[in-house]
Design a protein around this ligand. Sequence first.
Ligand code: TXA
Ligand code: MG
Length: 340
Amino acid sequence: TTRWKIQENGRWNNQAIQEAAELLRRGEAVSFPTETVYGLGADATREEAVAKIFAAKGRPQDNPLIAHIAGREQLYQLVERPLPYVEKLLDAFAPGPLTLVLPSNGACAENVTAGLPTIGVRIPDHPVAYELLKACGLPVAAPSANLSGKPSPTTADHVWADLNGKIAGLLDGGPTGVGLESTVVDCTEEIPIILRPGGITREQLEKVIGKVMVDPALAGENDRPKAPGMKYRHYSPEVPLWLVKGNIQAIQDLIDREKQNGKRVGLLAGTALSGLLDADHKMELGENIAEIAANLYDGLRTFKEGDIDLIICEAFPEEGLGQAVMNRLKKAASDYVLLD
Ligand code: TXA
Ligand code: MG
């Protein structure tokens, strides 16, 4: 795996962009930063190039990929008959952390869409992603650049840890900004439907286009405490994570009880709560929900098997960006513990 730094001695490394673009044109898989998380890209028009993404990640074949493009003109080369509100969404949020699911015109390879009649398209808001997409001139299929099941990568080191030796290249553009994946919106119906909460909130979307629905599969999903031992195949840290809601004393009592059971307990929480609790290791996620989102995946990767036996993680209010944060945490958690 070739690893390029995008800033060398304070200078933009255009050579790296050109080399990475050339690898993409040759049908290789290359990781690059976006404003959300690092992506693992390949030429979306070539089946055998896209297959390298699935192989490197160990990703199930039935999970479709997002086609990344440099600008709006390219969108109309991939999709058919977008509904009128799609223009409004593009005006307001492109480039940005929003993926539009639209009727595919079949220009992308079949394994990008997993055989669906629709395709997810996104214009990322990151200078490295933009320059790379422009330089290669292709739609680039890209899932998050992590091993399937692990937390998404928000730094080049995360990508390196998961995929070194399995991909052709990695463009190191530093830490990503938003830190959570894009909002995925099904735009094939009169009223759009959020399939995955993300960097753009439902409130932001509704301000621009009016009513937006949320996939019923999201609401209710893992809302109640689950039977212990239930396994998740998403965003999973190396050690079990309990998502915990309750007053400070109740959370401290839970930590102390688990420590008495011989467990080394790691705490993942916002600055306020972190300062009030005592644990074997603490990872402070930040002062506000934007900081918490940006640091979340790094936090999930911080606690290593051998150092820590259990992660206790604060449950955050499910408003605004908190909806996306809690969506990921519920998938990462092996239990959701409601105290008091
Ligand atoms: O922020 C992001 O979206 C990042 C960066 C790299 O752009 N990408 C990303 O890709 O998160 P991935 O593959 O990890 O997640 C793509 C999500 C999946 O939940 C997938 O099921 C959904 O988008 N998706 C893609 N195409 C779809 C389609 N045609 N219909 C419904 N869902 C689709
Ligand atoms: Mg992913």
